[in-house]
Design a protein around this ligand. Structure first.
Ligand SMILES: Nc1nc2c(c(=O)[nH]1)N[C@@H](CN(C=O)c1ccc(C(=O)N[C@@H](CCC(=O)O)C(=O)O)cc1)CN2
Length: 294
């Protein structure tokens, strides 16, 4: 069976059109729009391209948006003061600090300083806790994008065995929690495998839905999956340079071989990545709507 390849670019386009229409409607009713600040520390090329894409999308959707670039040697104290400024800015409904941060800055301290009501990345422990108990206001962007791809891709999640490869705070742990919830696009049985798991293939072969966030190309090969599995590849690995001088990307899954066994698969690039930015926009819109109702 050759898999249906589900395009995150297309699904993201649909969701962005829905968001844009809602923003126009809210602007007409209330005279205000969602506001997003993206804070970039230093000049890591991948981070620069991600925040540029976030700002471009925010502008296309009619948001008020600020790109706040800070030097790599900013002190932790200065960064915390900056976050405090945006916590108190009524025009800003979403604050995002692009990760990773330079080593001299305590990432945890910085993420904890963001007002949970404006934490559109959903990394603050208040939002992590709400997610675990099924009370999430914001869902972290990459896991939310994965869930939306499953829903819009028509994948039955209720009663399915979801195997998550990877236990990061940004993807593995939250998506595992989300798939457990008694909710639409969830209600699954969940297994997490990680670098400490003895026989990863033993578990991946049992997956009806396989979510791979291992951070390693070819971490999942065709012999590790069963026929008909739905595969979501979260990896973005830079494996070389194209003849045009652009970064050559690969996911964590051996796409060509696994595609022949799967029922559905996401490509890299153009799968989960574009969804991450779209779900950030959705969270910022939710935060804005919450502020209107306060
Ligand atoms: N504060 C945050 N930092 C980081 C997050 C995050 O969600 N919040 N996630 C990642 C990076 N990231 C968003 O910030 C991100 C990663 C990948 C993509 C994407 O569109 N990927 C494309 C390929 C683009 C390319 O690299 O050429 C794709 O998969 O098609 C968007 C956002 C770490 N930091």
């Amino acid at each position: 069976m050759a898999a249906k390849v589900i395009s995150g670019v297309e699904v993201a386009k649909q969701i962005r059109a829905e968001i844009k229409a809602e923003v126009e409607d809210l602007k007409a009713k209330h005279g205000s729009v969602p506001g997003l600040v993206t804070i970039l520390v230093g000049e890591n090329p991948a981070s620069v391209s991600y925040v540029t894409a976030k700002q471009k999308t925010a502008k296309e959707l009619g948001y008020y948006s600020i790109q706040d670039n800070q030097p790599a040697d900013i002190t932790e104290e200065q960064l915390l003061a900056l976050i405090d400024k945006y916590n108190n800015d009524p025009q800003i409904h979403g604050i995002l600090v692009q990760l990773p941060l330079p080593k001299h800055v305590d990432e945890t301290k910085v993420l904890y300083a963001i007002n949970p009501d404006k934490d559109v990345d959903a990394f603050h422990p208040v939002n992590v806790g709400k997610l675990v108990i099924g009370e999430a206001v914001f869902k972290p962007c990459t896991p939310a994008g994965i869930q939306e791809l499953l829903i819009r891709g028509g994948v039955e999640t209720k009663g399915a065995h979801v195997v998550v490869v990877g236990r990061s705070n940004i993807v593995g742990k939250p998506i595992a929690n989300m798939m457990l919830q008694k909710a639409v696009g969830a209600n699954s049985t969940v297994t997490i495998v990680h670098t400490g798991t003895k026989d990863v293939a033993y578990f991946t072969k049992q997956a009806d839905i396989l979510i791979v966030a291992a951070g390693k190309p070819n971490a999942v090969t065709a012999d590790m999956v069963k026929d008909g599995v739905a595969v979501i590849d979260v990896g973005v690995n830079r494996i070389g340079v194209t003849p045009e001088g652009k970064a050559k990307l690969a996911g964590d899954v051996d796409f060509e071989a696994v595609k022949e066994k799967a029922s559905l698969i996401t490509p890299v690039p153009g799968g989960v990545g574009p969804m991450t930015i779209t779900m950030l926009m959705k969270n910022t819109l939710e935060s804005f709507k919450y502020s209107l109702n306060k």
